[in-house]
Write a protein that binds this ligand. Structure first.
Ligand SMILES: O=P(O)(O)OP(=O)(O)OP(=O)(O)OC[C@H]1O[C@@H](n2cnc3c(O)ncnc32)[C@H](O)[C@@H]1O
Ligand SMILES: [Mg+2]
Length: 209
């Protein structure tokens, strides 16, 4: 459900530490903090509150973002913002998609996950498309059960070998269309100007702030 109403007034009154980022991914938490800081909001992460990492049983990005946000809002009694995101590869029919974190295995090793993506594209033959896009679904859940959600996207191609040590996850193999640096090579501010997360945040800010 996406909507307006009480949430808009409430978020303006948020005191520091009164918005939970319902994510256990440090790379994401860092980016979300940077995207919120122009609005004077200092959120607190689910990890630092000791909230558990829920099982992501949804079949869409939005469903998983909602599930994470609602659990954090329920347990903390505070408005909670979750991000469910992933890399969708055209030649792999959208995989790893919602399974992007799971392709890195229990050790959350994204060198392994990127190898796996490259290997599976290779299995499709030399003419396989290297087009891909990142998706970011943001869900903002209020303790009263009200949820708003937004979805962002950025298109690009996949390079091999990976390039750059900035960012996280699959950033080092993702070259956004029209650019010469991968997300792993560019400065954080440059990624924030064009990423799937920035796209979703633009929508959240327009609707909620
Ligand atoms: O669920 P939370 O606790 O937020 O953390 P997570 O890492 O499990 O996050 P997701 O379930 O949304 O999985 C998305 C994965 O997709 C990848 N991903 C998402 N956004 C990315 C980005 O901006 N750059 C690179 N990889 C990204 C990254 O590897 C994530 O682990
Ligand atoms: Mg996750």
């Amino acid at each position: 459900m996406s909507g307006e109403g009480d949430g808009r007034q409430a978020i303006r009154k948020l005191a520091p530490g009164k918005l939970v980022i319902a994510s256990h991914n440090e790379g994401k938490v860092r980016e979300i903090k940077a995207l919120l800081s122009p609005f004077g909001i200092e959120p607190i992460s689910a990890g630092s509150l000791g909230l558990p990492e829920p099982e992501e049983t949804g079949t869409t990005f939005v469903a998983n973002a909602e599930l994470k946000a609602m659990q954090a809002a329920d347990l903390s009694g505070l408005p909670s913002l979750a991000d469910d995101s992933g890399l969708c590869v055209e030649a792999l029919n959208g995989d790893p998609g919602i399974f992007s974190a799971r392709w890195a295995g229990p050790g959350k090793d994204f060198a392994v996950a990127m190898e796996l993506v490259e290997q599976k594209i290779g299995e499709k033959g030399p003419a396989a498309s290297r087009d891909a896009h990142f998706v970011c679904a943001l869900a903002l859940a209020w303790p009263d059960g009200h949820v708003e959600w937004f979805e962002g996207r950025v298109d690009g191609t996949l390079v091999w070998p990976p390039r750059g040590a900035n960012g996280f996850g699959y950033d080092a193999m993702f070259l956004p269309n029209g650019h010469e640096q991968t997300f792993g090579e560019m400065a954080p501010e440059a990624k924030h100007a064009m990423s799937h997360r920035a796209d979703a945040f633009r929508q959240l800010v327009a609707a909620v702030f």
